[in-house]
Design a protein around this ligand. Structure first.
Ligand SMILES: [Zn+2]
Length: 87
C-alpha cells in the first residue's frame, strides 16, 4: 500500500498546458469556492508566478473548466453548470 499512489497526479498546467512533474513544490494546486462546492485547478510554477497578484474571475473559470474537461465532457458540463449557478 503506497499512500502516494492514491493521490491523483496533476497532468498538465491548466493555463499553458505544460506537463507537470508530480513533485511537491513544482506546481500549485488551488481550490476555488463556487457557492456550495470548491473546484480545483493546477498551475505550473511560472504561470502561478505570473498570476501571483491574483487572476481575473474569467481566468479562474477558464482554468477550472480546463481541469474539469480532463475528467470528460459530462463532468465538464456539470462543472460549467455549477459555476453558472454560483454567479
Ligand atoms: Zn503553466
Amino acid at each position: 500500500m503506497n499512500a502516494r499512489a492514491a493521490r491523483p497526479d496533476p497532468i498538465a498546467c491548466d493555463c499553458c498546458g505544460k506537463p507537470l512533474q508530480p513533485v511537491y513544490g513544482s506546481f500549485h494546486r488551488v481550490e476555488r469556492e463556487f457557492g456550495w462546492c470548491s473546484l480545483p485547478y493546477v498551475l505550473c510554477g511560472s504561470c502561478a508566478l505570473q498570476h501571483r497578484r491574483g487572476a481575473t474571475e474569467a481566468k479562474v473559470r477558464e482554468w477550472v473548466l480546463t481541469r474539469a474537461s480532463r475528467a470528460g465532457q459530462t463532468w465538464r458540463a456539470a462543472v460549467a453548470q455549477i459555476m453558472e449557478n454560483a454567479r
